[in-house]
Design a protein around this ligand. Sequence first.
Ligand SMILES: Nc1ncnc2c1ncn2[C@@H]1O[C@H](COP(=O)(O)OP(=O)(O)OP(=O)(O)O)[C@@H](O)[C@H]1O
Ligand SMILES: [Mg+2]
Ligand SMILES: [Zn+2]
Length: 507
Amino acid sequence: MFFKVLSAHISGIDATEVQVEVDTADFGLPYFTIVGLAEGAVKESKDRVRSALRNLDYNIFSHPITVNLAPADLKKEGSHYDLPIAIGLLASHSPDAYPVNSTLFLGELSLNGALRGVAGVLCICSWAKNFGIKRIVLPQENAEEAALVSGIDIYPFDHISQVISFLRNENVCEPYKAANNSHSAPELMYEHDFADIKGQFAARRAAEIAAAGMHNLVMMGPPGSGKTMIAKRIPTILPPMSPEEALLTTKVHSAAGLLTHKGKLAQTRPFVAPHHTASDIAIIGGGAKAKPGHVSIATNGVLFLDEMLEFSRSVLEVLRQPLEDGKVTIARADRTVTYPAKFMLISACNPCPCGYLGDNRKSCLCSPAAIERYRGKLSGPLLDRIDLHIQVFGVDYKDIKNIADGESSYVIRKRVAAAHKVQAERFRDSGIHFNSQMNEKLLKKYVQPDPSASKIIGVTMEKFALSARAYGKILKVSRTIADLTGEINVRSEHIAEALQYRMLDRE
Ligand SMILES: Nc1ncnc2c1ncn2[C@@H]1O[C@H](COP(=O)(O)OP(=O)(O)OP(=O)(O)O)[C@@H](O)[C@H]1O
Ligand SMILES: [Mg+2]
Ligand SMILES: [Zn+2]
């Protein structure tokens, strides 16, 4: 007999419908086959389903069984088809006992029939709700995550035997209700605070401007000058994520399989700091399962490249697409997957191999050739995507003790949030959100330096032989500086300050 069960395919953070069709013949030699471009874990599904059902004493494998995952031209991956295949098999023997209309099934089976959590549940549930599906049956482990989507009934179970009794109405169940109210406004809780950083006024100011206009920032300075400390605190001065931002970030984390046990909407902006030995695939995403990489996991937050010049050239190279487009496309032999990759890039590096070039506490021992080689990676396309470059100076430990605490993240965040609001208003109909995203046309429209400001730019551009691209960046940053003080016009002092953040152009 023939029976159909609903499940879903996931590509990136988007889901689509998959019909699991099961056909059991009454006569013929026994076989069990899965067709419909089943890959990897789906192929193995057969063995898990067979063992799970046998262990429950369902001896239904003495007939020919064909499972088709439709549409057949879409490659299916993942272990979440186990449950729909098993239910389809049982139901093909007694269709009336299994009312599965408008019900979506997801879940991996262990050999004894226990249900195991799967990745991407939030993405599937969001899609299912919009698609008009009424109920979802899934592993208990994914319940919290699924419950983030309201307006769809979630039925979580630990074991397939419970699913069977539920469907046969032997066991009355209420839809799952989330234990915590995940839809309430996020409470910002950070381990670090800007108040921990003493002195460093210039670097703190640059971090505030970067956060206010979502500009990328590179900090160059000697060891122990507080670069890592500052970077870690940048998420704490960004305003809380909007519900849409939180959902997007959580979906990416769901697709990456980072949510299975927690199932909470992301509360704070991600801070992702890959090690400099990380591979291209770890950074950008990919591998056999085309999982999202660090650039996507950092969506709506900060990607921090500490010791940036220690990363391989190819890693720095692959960052260009996400920095430009806010998304990343992973091409595999048979398909492409796209993930969002909307992050703020913060990077830190030493000025030379020994680290002490320009430091007043220790002298640098590096040869000019060694310094040039070391800085080589910084030049070119990557640097073109970084609006602010600053030098961070070391502070003597004995001085640190005597400096009062700096402003708290809470105070800075309020100013940053006000600047974000001004930009939201300005770019309402422009399709962008922040000053850093302005193109030439928008720059002309929104940044018109007054005559004295224009003069300063002209003189500086000539003196330091700055490129046209640097010019655009100076204008964007000065727009943000003006926004931080709530000024409509970009004036000479805004330009003069923005010029200070082009340290690497001047060398
Ligand atoms: N301005 C500061 N205020 C308070 N503590 C500081 C400051 N600067 C540095 N420190 C202390 O020094 C430690 C080292 O700072 P951090 O790791 O941020 O330096 P870094 O610039 O990243 O150095 P490296 O180049 O070696 O990575 C911090 O953990 C902190 O204890
Ligand atoms: Mg560091
Ligand atoms: Zn040196």
